[in-house]
Every structure is written in structure tokens, then in C-alpha cells.
Design a protein around this ligand. Structure first.
Ligand code: C2O
Ligand code: CU
Length: 474
């Protein structure tokens, strides 16, 4: 096969990676001056997902690159982006994780009209929260994101932490055919099971690379999972990074345990600090996806390099908190949402278009997942919850299915309080919570952002097959 993990070679980071956002140059140089309008042009492109050793693959890309350009902005600044559609089908851009006005959220049919082929749409909003975010289309996402339309959106802290370098790894997972092209989309098995899990992993649109870590230095690693369906569990091979932020929002710094995987469901992000430790120069660690069932090549390799300084950096100070309103649990209203359907699940408990789901209706509509028993599709997107603006909300999410689901709420961040009724340490702020099969989690937030907000599974085949709804803040 043209793409064989066994034949993978490590690239040296910085060589041949221009335009991938992986460069060790001062990334801030890519930030536009305030007020500048940036452009995103989604269009078909050819991209070397397999590196120089393999022929290019037909993808869809922003500005011709996978991922699209890294958008960087300083917290509090206004970001202006003109999207002009070079695809043969309508599109939009959603700014995943950003708390912004509803009209800028990029959900066709809910917050805006789709951007027709050849047409343009102007997005403008303030970056309220610092952190690692990303952008992608929100229409036919399983195809548009799955073909390569996504990019990182980085909001720098007003006073960024002192680090020696910054790496950005946007992870993706592709299904490549023997001919070296993307496999056809819309596979029935993917929709009803775990989504379109691929056979080829890329970091910033290219095969794995090697990264030099100097003793005594500290590197900030921003991770984004842009895959349709793959849940990554990155294991750093004995290296113990500091976990600094989840979904853009700071957590009290803690070191991952030696074997603890950094779990990232689709849509999720994490910020880590990697410290160069005392190792033989030239030795290194391989970063693996511990969850991959097939034998895969490493996602990256850390190579220890000559000391930059002798003293190791000490325990990092927490990143500055974002101005997310704190839910008052004592007076929070309680709600419950269930996730239903799918293979080996309660698919016959669903309703589709108000009718009980039967095999015929499922085949006709392609819908087989639901929220509160309702499989959403077409024009049938009733809000699962209507919340008064300013309400403090404690939401129990119950996964009644045999599959994990990364559930994403637009326009807000929530604290994850419990999992299967056990308290979650530090109650992290997230915008996407990964629910394991049959798992229950409780989240809490203040519904302070008016509008209709999508709440959906970020396994994009599940979303397409009905696992989405709206939370209305009125
Ligand atoms: Cu990242 Cu509704 O999406
Ligand atoms: Cu799902």
C-alpha cells in the first residue's frame, strides 16, 4: 500500500515543514496587526499527507494547506476573517470553543445562512478567552472537516508564560485507500459504530516528526484533535509533561503520571509544558497513541539535545484564568440529557421526525443517534433545553449507548463536576466532554450567552446521524 506505517521515517522538525505551523520560529510573527482582515479560502487542493515519499492526496484545504493557517490573536483583540468559498458546495466556519456572539458562531441554518459557492462571509468577534482553539466548517462536517478543512486558532494570554519555545500539533487521522487517496465518505458502518476511524495519522498535515528538546528548556505544546472520530491517548514514553490547560482553559498544573495517556476526543485540546530533562543527548522518547488498536507508528519523537541551561525549570505557575462566569451550584437548576441510539444500543427508542424509528425510517434518513431520544436531521432541530439568560445550570449527561461520545457545547465553557457520580479533581473548564460508553457526567455553567447553541457529538459521523440538538438561551 502507498501509505504504510512501517515505512514511516521521522522528519526533522523545521525541515520541509514551512507553512505547517510547526516551525520553531517565533510564532507570534504570524499574528496580524489588530484590525487586519484575514482571509480563509476553502477550496480543493493537493496535499502531501504522506510527506515527500508519497504522492499528493486530493483534499479540501484553507489557503491550500492542511491544516489551514494558524490564526493568532491576543486576548481581548478583535479577530476579523473573510471566508470566501471556493468549494462546489455551501460552507461556513465555526470557531470551536470561543465564547462569542451567536451570529458569529458559524452554524448554517441556526446562526447564519450557508456561504454559497463563490460567496463570502465576514466574521468578526473579540477573543474573550486565551487558549488553544480551532476552526472548521459546520455543514456536512464529516466530509468538510474529514477532507482537511480545519486550522488552529490561538489566543495568546495578555502576559504569556515564559517558555523557551512553542509547538503546535494538530492531530488528524485519515482513511487512505490503496491508491493513496481518501476513502469514500458516508459509510454506513462508520455512522452506526465508532465513526470514521482512519489508517493514517498526521501531525500538522504531515507524517510524524522529530523534535529536539534541550536540557533545561521548557516548551509549550498545544494539542488539537481535529480527527473525525479517533480518540487519541498520547503517551509520552516515560516523559512526564505538565498539564496546563484543557480546551483552552487553565487547570492547576500537574504532571501526567509516567504511563498516563493524554486523552483527547475529537474536538478537544490540551496545553502541556514539556521540560528538557537530563538525558544523554541523542536519546529520546517516542510519543505514541496508546489507544490505537492497530500497530501504528509514533505520533512524534522527542530527541534530547545539548543543554540550554543546567537548572531544570521548576513547577510552573498556573496560566491566568479566563473570565468564565462561575456557576453557583447551590442555586443551579438541574437538567438531564440522555445520549441514545447506535449499534448495540437503544436505537429503537429513538424518534425520527416525530415518528418512532424503525429500520425503514433509519435507512431512509440515515439517522440512528439521538439526544433525549430525538434523532435530529434536516430541518428538525428542536432545542433539548431552553434556559433563561443568566441561569445557573447543572446538567447531567447520561450516555445510554455502547460508544464513547465527545459532547461539545457551543458559545459556553462548562465545569466538569462528576463522572459516574465521583467528583472530578479540579473541576476543569471544558467545551467538550468525552463520555465513555454508559458513562454519566455532570457539568455546570452559567447560560450567559443568548442564542441557539449547538450541543452535539464531535464524532462527526454521529453528529451527521442525529446526535445533535440545541440549547436555547433566551
Ligand atoms: Cu467543533 Cu459544533 O463543533
Ligand atoms: Cu458520538
Amino acid at each position: 500500500p502507498p501509505f504504510s506505517p512501517r515505512r514511516r521515517r521521522f522528519l526533522r522538525a523545521g525541515a520541509g515543514l514551512l507553512g505547517t505551523g510547526l516551525l520553531p520560529l517565533p510564532l507570534r510573527a504570524l499574528a496580524a496587526s489588530p484590525g487586519e482582515v484575514r482571509r480563509l479560502h476553502p477550496a480543493p487542493a493537493a496535499w502531501r499527507l504522506g510527506g515527500d515519499a508519497h504522492p499528493p492526496v486530493d483534499v479540501w484545504a484553507y489557503e491550500g494547506t492542511v491544516p489551514g493557517p494558524v490564526l493568532r490573536v491576543r486576548q481581548g483583540e478583535r479577530l476579523r476573517v473573510r471566508v470566501d468559498n471556493g468549494l462546489d458546495e455551501p460552507t461556513s466556519v465555526h470557531w470551536h470553543g470561543l465564547r462569542l456572539p451567536n451570529a458569529m458562531d458559524g452554524v448554517p441554518g441556526v446562526t447564519q445562512a450557508p456561504i454559497a459557492p463563490g460567496a463570502a462571509f465576514d466574521y468578526a468577534f473579540h477573543a474573550v478567552d486565551a487558549g488553544t482553539f480551532w476552526y472548521h466548517p459546520h455543514i456536512r462536517s464529516e466530509q468538510q472537516v474529514g477532507r482537511g478543512l480545519y486550522g488552529a486558532l490561538i489566543v495568546e494570554e495578555r502576559e504569556p508564560p515564559a517558555v523557551d519555545g512553542e509547538w503546535l500539533w494538530v492531530l488528524d487521522d485519515w482513511r487512505i485507500t490503496r491508491e493513496g487517496q481518501l476513502a469514500a465518505f458516508g459509510n454506513w458502518h462508520d455512522r452506526s459504530h465508532g465513526g470514521r476511524v482512519g489508517n493514517w495519522t498526521t501531525v500538522n498535515g504531515t507524517p510524524p516528526a522529530e523534535h529536539a528538546l534541550h536540557r533545561g528548556e521548557r516548551v509549550r505544546l498545544r494539542l488539537v484533535n481535529a480527527a473525525n472520530a479517533r480518540i487519541f491517548g498520547l503517551r509520552f514514553g516515560g516523559h512526564r509533561p505538565w498539564l496546563m490547560a484543557l480546551d483552552g482553559h487553565p487547570v492547576p498544573p500537574r504532571r501526567l503520571d509516567a504511563d498516563e495517556p493524554m486523552v483527547l476526543g475529537p474536538g478537544m485540546r490540551a496545553d502541556l509544558f514539556l521540560d528538557g530533562e537530563a538525558h544523554e543527548p541523542g536519546s529520546g522518547h517516542e510519543v505514541f497513541d496508546a489507544f490505537a488498536r492497530e500497530a501504528t507508528a509514533p505520533v512524534a519523537r522527542l530527541r534530547y539535545a545539548a543543554p540550554r541551561r543546567e537548572a531544570a525549570p521548576g513547577e510552573p505557575a498556573p496560566l491566568p484564568a479566563n473570565p468564565v462566569p462561575e456557576p453557583d451550584l447551590a442555586r443551579a437548576e438541574r437538567h438531564e440529557i440522555t445520549l441514545d441510539g447506535g449499534a448495540m444500543g437503544n436505537i429503537d427508542a429513538l424518534t425520527i421526525d416525530g415518528r418512532p424509528a424503525g429500520m425503514r425510517l433509519i435507512r431512509e434518513t440515515g439517522l440512528m443517534w439521538g439526544i433525549n431520544g430525538v434523532a435530529a436531521g434536516g430541518h428538525h432541530l428542536p432545542p433539548a433545553l431552553t434556559l433563561a439568560r443568566g441561569a445557573h445550570v447543572r446538567l447531567r449527561l447520561r450516555n445510554n449507548t455502547a460508544w464513547p461520545h465527545p459532547m461539545h457545547l457551543h458559545g459556553h465553557a462548562f465545569r466538569v463536576l462528576t463522572r459516574n457520580d465521583a467528583p472530578v479533581p479540579d473541576r476543569p473548564w471544558q467545551d467538550t466532554v468525552l463520555l465513555d460508553r454508559r458513562e454519566t457526567a455532570e457539568v455546570a455553567f452559567v447560560a450567559d450567552n443568548p442564542g441557539d447553541w449547538m450541543f452535539h457529538c464531535h464524532i462527526l459521523e454521529h453528529q451527521a446521524a442525529g446526535m445533535m440538538t440545541l440549547l436555547r438561551v433566551a
